[in-house]
Ligand binder design. Sequence first.
Ligand SMILES: NC(=O)c1ccc[n+]([C@@H]2O[C@H](COP(=O)([O-])OP(=O)(O)OC[C@H]3O[C@@H](n4cnc5c(N)ncnc54)[C@H](OP(=O)(O)O)[C@@H]3O)[C@@H](O)[C@H]2O)c1
Length: 273
Amino acid sequence: MHPVPDFLYGTAWKEDRTAALTELAIRAGFRGIDTANQRRHYHEAGVGEGLAAAYRAGIATRADLFLQTKFTYQRGQDHRLPYEPSASLPTQVAQSLASSLDHLATDHIDSFVLHGPSSGYEWTDADAEVWEAMRKERDAGGTRLLGVSNVSLQHLEQMESAQSELPAFVQNRCFARLGWDREVRSFCSQRKIVYQGFSLLTANPEVVQHPPLIALAAQMNATPAQLVFSFARAVGILPLTGTSSAEHMQQDLASLDLILPPELVQAMEAMAG
Ligand SMILES: NC(=O)c1ccc[n+]([C@@H]2O[C@H](COP(=O)([O-])OP(=O)(O)OC[C@H]3O[C@@H](n4cnc5c(N)ncnc54)[C@H](OP(=O)(O)O)[C@@H]3O)[C@@H](O)[C@H]2O)c1
């Protein structure tokens, strides 16, 4: 079983190119793949085709990979549902996971994530019911670990005060102007929850296009995107990239070797917070 990798390759919004890009990402060296059983934004069956192609080509085996997918409430889906909408929430969770295992042709995934709580404000009874169902799937061996996504500090504090099991992962959009989600990151680091950050480039154009950062990147023989990914890791964020470019895949992975001076990490953290 592969431990949690240093970088996750995200498969959203790739439609017909999902299989080819998933295979390309594994060829490039990514070992963590993020998807969701939400046909509206992801083509999970295409991810499975990409995995199969990578296995056939001998680039990786299932055991080399960290596979993460998500359960998405009906209101985040279109008509292409991976479960019976009239079924109870625990049954929807079980059906969604079974369908993911089928799409990905595996008997277990590494991480099963609640795509988003049912309310933007609080951790509801429905969320608690879904979380309990996800825990049961984990205990039955369908996933190794559990996560939650698109959560606020309040959601996490409510989970904790309800004495729910805390997730192994939090996956959030990371805005520099909010201190790169500082409060949630701090909650996570105090509890050894791995914080996964997405939209690190797209949510932060003011950072990526900041002239001094561009100049610094050039001096370091790197790109601004690489500085952002390297910064993310320096502050404990496990980054996602969903690039469709082979060159960017290489650059994103190469950012793992880029060590930023502590003053630069501090400056970037304070940049927009
Ligand atoms: N949990 C959730 O609700 C949620 C929501 C959104 C996303 N996600 C996950 O996160 C993944 C990543 O999504 P994202 O929102 O971060 O956006 P993204 O799909 O990764 O888009 C990043 C953008 O940055 C560009 N890029 C990537 N590497 C670059 C580089 N080295 N230099 C310059 N440009 C670069 C890409 O362009 P090129 O393609 O041209 O490289 C693309 O336009 C998704 O695929 C999905 O798995 C999860």
